[in-house]
Ligand binder design. Sequence first.
Ligand SMILES: [Zn+2]
Length: 177
Amino acid sequence: MLCAPAAAWAFFKPVRVVAPELTGVSCVDNILCIDDLSRSQEAADLYGEAVQFVGASVGSIENKPRVIFCSSEACFQSFGLGKRSAATIGTLGIVISPRAWKPYYVRHEMIHHLQNEKLGSISLWLKPDWFVEGMAYSLSEDPRSTLSEPFQQYRAQFMHWYGQVGKDRLWKEAGKL
Ligand SMILES: [Zn+2]
């Protein structure tokens, strides 16, 4: 009986963000982990830019998240995240794939972290996808003029909603969705 929760955890690979060292990733400090230490400065710069950008344009982050920067696909796949480019696991941490070492990708995930902080992970899970993803694509200033569907539609729907709500009432109105 006592073994059951541990076994369940082991099968859900994303929780490895809690102990990334187990997958061969090195943690530079509490918040920055990386599989290729020669790229530590590049990762730290992307991290710092995203915190500053999101803090200024969306809202301030209370607890800075752990971010794992994977420069190899094997590193990213060890977290069991499939074909996506990056992922935010509640407030536990963010994993960045080799394809996502770009400012707007790191900001996008940092916005998901902030959504988790502001709304709570369970509540966020129940929010409409157009809000959760549309906000991340829109407010990260993703430069792609056309996104693959449904994200193009989500972004348009969020921008319409945000245009009416405004920055000051963002989280209050998000709570009602
Ligand atoms: Zn997203």
